[in-house]
Design a protein around this ligand. Structure first.
Ligand SMILES: [Zn+2]
Length: 243
């Protein structure tokens, strides 16, 4: 579940693509690798990470995300032009601090709230499906699958998701929350695996960038999980104007 900021300007490639219906034309930026940090920037970097962690905690408190089930925030290089992402298997949030540093404070708040909405989406899914079906959905993108060969099974943080179920309780599929959760499940099944695509070595770079841009525009930007996360982040910024 990535946060890709296509307003971000450190780019070496701008790609224009057209959706399958032929109507949507948009450009996407694929960012160039950022320069590594000098030694003198090391302390600054630590301070920046501490600052991001405190902003993260503040936003979690404002949206009442219980501390017991708050995903751990870690810093890592995301690649694929992404500022951050929620790893829905591990139940952790990652941000690329070098990338974040170049964004405005408001955009950083937007990105964090956006990822926290993904957290809520996956909380809802496990609360409605129960841990067993949720595992199948995460591993095979099918909650009723009978195979368990997918490697993703090993990566799912069962302890974290069991805690979520225990702390937040079940969601009834016929309730309004249940109807919304079903939309999350359907959208997840169509969600592209952009990191996996970015790491492919069997195709040339140009081809990879073309497929990537197509996936970002047609299957990522308009996926309900992304639309819902952007909407929640926009409402958050409006509600807490003085951030
Ligand atoms: Zn997202």
């Amino acid at each position: 579940m990535l946060y890709i900021d296509n307003r971000f300007n450190v780019s070496d490639k701008n790609i224009r693509t057209v959706s399958s219906s032929g109507k949507i034309k948009k450009t996407v930026s694929v960012s160039a690798p950022l320069k590594s940090l000098s030694e003198s920037g090391y302390i600054d970097n630590l301070k920046f990470k501490a600052h991001i962690k405190s902003v993260y905690d503040d936003i979690c408190n404002k949206i009442d995300l219980n501390e017991q089930i708050r995903p751990k925030l870690e810093f890592d290089t995301m690649g694929a032009g992404a500022a951050g992402g929620f790893d829905n298997l591990e139940g952790k949030i990652y941000f690329d601090d070098k990338f974040l540093k170049q964004l405005s404070d408001k955009t950083i708040v937007f990105a964090i709230r956006h990822e926290l909405q993904h957290v809520k989406q996956f909380h809802n899914m496990v609360r409605m499906l129960g841990i067993e079906k949720f595992e199948k959905l995460m591993a095979c993108k099918d909650e009723n699958c009978t195979e368990n060969k997918s490697l993703n099974f090993e990566k799912i943080n069962i302890e974290y998701y069991s805690k979520v179920e225990q702390v937040l309780g079940k969601i009834n599929k016929d309730s309004p929350e249940g109807v919304l959760t079903q939309k999350y499940i359907d959208a997840y099944k169509k969600y592209p695996d952009l990191i996996k695509l970015w790491k492919r070595t069997d195709i040339c770079m140009l081809k990879k960038i073309c497929i990537f841009a197509h996936e970002v525009i047609c299957n990522y930007k308009f996926n309900f999980l992304e639309i819902d996360a952007n909407k929640a982040a926009k409402i958050f910024l409006k509600t807490f104007k003085n951030l």
